[in-house]
Design a protein around this ligand. Sequence first.
Ligand SMILES: [Zn+2]
Length: 169
Amino acid sequence: MKSNKFIKCPGCKAMVMDIELPAHRYLGTIPGCWNIYRKVISQDNLKDESTSIRQLIVAAYFAQHPGKESVITTQSLAIHLIRLYFFFELNQSLDKLTLETQKAFTNSSDYHWLTPPSNLGRVTIVDVFKSSNTEVLEDKVLVWAETTWHAWSKYHPIIKRWINNGEKN
Ligand SMILES: [Zn+2]
């Protein structure tokens, strides 16, 4: 039986409860952190999956918990980093950016694994979880997603190239 102790999430490095629940099957997360993420995205104001703010939460969480290199994590990380690129560099809302439209202008065969930087940003889902109202939540999500995006700075040119390659096709 597990005690009420806190352990460090291997992805975002937040201290979270050491609990026994299913976690995500390929992300670099642990149940205590995954559970907080599930609680955040199941809030009433985030139930509509197409909203830009919810899409941003998903992208930031996945980019901060990339997991280990595999076919599926490579695709997943690329897709979510491209979303952060669209939001922060191209100032585009994410509500229309479905997986299908995204695939249409990127070249997924070019995606390759990006070894995660050792520091993926000091703001985490735990900071977002503490937000009590919608406005505060959105502000915190923006700060969190932006610091996560900056943590991947050295790969920004590669991510941009994936998009440009798609435009040529
Ligand atoms: Zn985490």
